[in-house]
Write a protein that binds this ligand. Sequence first.
Ligand SMILES: Nc1nc2c(c(=O)[nH]1)N[C@H]1C(S)=C(S)[C@@H](COP(=O)(O)OP(=O)(O)OC[C@H]3O[C@@H](n4cnc5c(=O)[nH]c(N)nc54)[C@H](O)[C@@H]3O)O[C@H]1N2
Ligand SMILES: Nc1nc2c(c(=O)[nH]1)N[C@H]1C(S)=C(S)[C@@H](COP(=O)(O)OP(=O)(O)OC[C@H]3O[C@@H](n4cnc5c(=O)[nH]c(N)nc54)[C@H](O)[C@@H]3O)O[C@H]1N2
Ligand code: SF4
Ligand SMILES: [Mo]
Length: 753
Amino acid sequence: MTRTAPRICPLCEATCGLTLTIGRDRAIGGEIVTAARGDADDVFSAGYLCPKGASFAQLDNDPDRLDRPLIRRDGRLIETDWDTALTAAVDGLREVISTSGGESIGFYLGNPSAHTVAGTMYAPLLIRALGTRNVFSASTLDQMPKQAATGYLVGHAGTFAVPDLDRTDHLVIIGANPVVSNGSVTTAADFPGKLTALRRRGGRLTVIDPARTRTAKLADTHIAPRPGTDAALLCAVVQCLFDEDLVADDLGGIAAHVLGVEALRDEMREFTPERVASFCGVAAADIRALTRSIAAAESAAVYGRMGTTTVQFGTIGSWLIDVVNILTGNFDRPGGVMFPLAPTAPSPRPARAGRGFRTGRWRSRVSGHAEVGGELPAVAMAEEFETPGEGRLRALVTVSGNPVLSAPNGARLGRALHDAQFVVCVDPYLNETTRHAHVVLPPPRPSQSPHFDAILNNLAVRATARYSPPVLPLPAGRPDEIEIVCRLILGLSGAGSDADPGLVDEQVIAATLSKEVTDPYSPVAGRDVASLVAMLPDAPGHQRRLDMLFRLGAYGDAFGSRDGLTFADVLAAPHGIDLGPMRPRLPGVLRTASGKIELAPDPLIGDLARLSAAVDAGGDPAPAADGSLLLVGRRHLRSNNSWMHNLPALTGGTNRCTLLMHPDDADRLGISDVAKVRGAGGSLTVPVEITTDIRPGVASLPHGWGHDVDGIRLGVAAAEPGVNVNDLNDGALLDPLSGTVVLNGLPVEIAPA
Ligand SMILES: Nc1nc2c(c(=O)[nH]1)N[C@H]1C(S)=C(S)[C@@H](COP(=O)(O)OP(=O)(O)OC[C@H]3O[C@@H](n4cnc5c(=O)[nH]c(N)nc54)[C@H](O)[C@@H]3O)O[C@H]1N2
Ligand SMILES: Nc1nc2c(c(=O)[nH]1)N[C@H]1C(S)=C(S)[C@@H](COP(=O)(O)OP(=O)(O)OC[C@H]3O[C@@H](n4cnc5c(=O)[nH]c(N)nc54)[C@H](O)[C@@H]3O)O[C@H]1N2
Ligand code: SF4
Ligand SMILES: [Mo]
């Protein structure tokens, strides 16, 4: 007997609806997931899935997944029971707090947390309970520059404008490969299909990428710049818009909400296409043609990702992308870039001046890196452990992170964790990072966990309300990830790790509603908190919170005072509820101090001098005979950062850890099959693939590999370990405005092995 159940895929930002097949497994005498296919009825993804989603069953049943918690005894990690593990975790952390203070605990939040209820709705509460400002995450290996740029522009670092993929006439993709990544900081299922649809309706696709990626191969125009130079190229686009009088009349209708156009014009004056051309490795005529094609399009959306953020000028590059959208009249309008409105986001309030966005509210102890978005650079973790003195890190809590592989200089971090007083990892695998833990608390299988995209819905190109309850029951006494995190929170707060985890939710509910009822613009203004709480369902805490958020949100029933969504409605719609396309949201979303879009904020303008100096120094040196190349990253459709190399369905074939090089470079350096690559952080010997799909002077190596260390339990991955590209990187090159490390455009030396 088999049955099926819908489940939103947790494996990337596309949030596809899956249909899981569930059957009895004779060996375990219970139900397991046996297959996954796309859910044709899902209101968001309409049946799309990729190979990762299709391997859901293998992921769920991976024999290397930890079922029981681990605790370190006499130097070895051994299995234990949940009460012992949770008590040990809380006691160990409290001990560090009492002897060295809360600041001596670091917290690292990894990528999969963006896809779990525990990560999105509970991890922030755990950070608060730890009481530390030493917070690190994958954001400073990823999109923090976009957050900072957005913060300066609109006053809030989480209010992103995303490309209106379904309606745009010209999509300009810079430094992203959504045909492989399935999109990022833009949630859209079937990104490849949307690109095809764009072409079919007569629209244009431009891709700017030093590699001729699968996305670039779909483009009408592919521009291959030198890595790390997009900010200069975008300055030239802006300069050209002003110079050729291509700025949209009234900025497409939003000029009243925009400050700083003239200041920006002055700042861009020197960045002519002719000046930046050799630095960018792009002909001035091509930059002018690009500019004119964006300005001439009925609608256009410029979209940038990893290739524009994890670079030396990441924040100004991210800023300039939206500057181009704004100047060409494509900001906050259909077909341009727009602000999504998720069903659990607070319902829109009238425009008001806010506090604006600031960084540097605190600084890292050793290098003095500025705090950005409440975080310090992930690459600063190791030195914070190593360097003696007041405030030294002595403990680390990780939730869904593998920074030893995913961050530069992981070997150094690994040594620091090995010597740390206490390390707690909430993670289902014993891997390169968690092998250093004193306690490992594994979440259950995805099939045993609920799913709701509390973060990604805020980035979705179309609003939907979708929730997946757990598909399979938890074994008795086995906490889910929400309970694991709640029990840590309660243990740290002194309530005891055995207190009712629902207390955490009730506190959030009480605090949220108390604030809402006193806000004159809230849909529940003036109402009685206790009577609102009484309307929430008798259900698990996270469902009570979701019910509250839906009912307070733009599509909600305002706790019975209007027609609208409740959690019960969403639960009753297993394939989701469609809430329509994005709608204009200016000026309501603005929270800058001026209450306007601040087009030329001081910190960004200030960083232009650094860019200008790089342009002057840069030029396009003929590829040096000594083998200096710029290294970029790449992703594979059947890979997911560092943690999905353990599934047989996803390994082998083209999913290999190889160095891509252009034949001109390979010939010049005498490289045919294996190369030695040296960076500031170390060197690696790597198999080479020679291809014209990469710009001369550039090489590409994927990340997340290097599973050849002792003490991990990843049998499949260890059989084909690959090398860890981040061992080449000493983490010293950062985008100063966001603390984000350079992962793309890293200088390396390449020689035959
Ligand atoms: N050179 C280079 N380095 C890069 C990048 C690059 O392009 N080039 N990309 C960067 C980017 S964009 C990112 S986001 C980071 C990612 O880096 P991280 O976020 O640090 O780590 P991941 O490699 O995604 O590892 C995820 C961890 O989460 C665990 N996990 C999986 N599912 C769950 C779950 O449901 N719950 C919990 N608690 N844990 C879970 C896995 O076992 C694994 O240990 O890597 C960055 N590193
Ligand atoms: N299959 C798969 N999907 C994934 C992931 C995965 O590991 N595998 N990871 C997920 C995560 S965590 C993220 S953050 C997203 C990332 O999603 P994307 O950003 O779409 O993915 P990347 O492959 O990193 O694309 C970056 C592109 O930038 C190019 N590039 C490098 N340097 C430069 C530069 O200086 N300028 C320009 N213009 N381009 C440059 C690279 O050649 C590459 O094609 O993908 C997510 N989806
Ligand atoms: S694109 Fe693939 S990994 Fe991403 S959500 Fe869809 S099925 Fe899952
Ligand atoms: Mo990422």
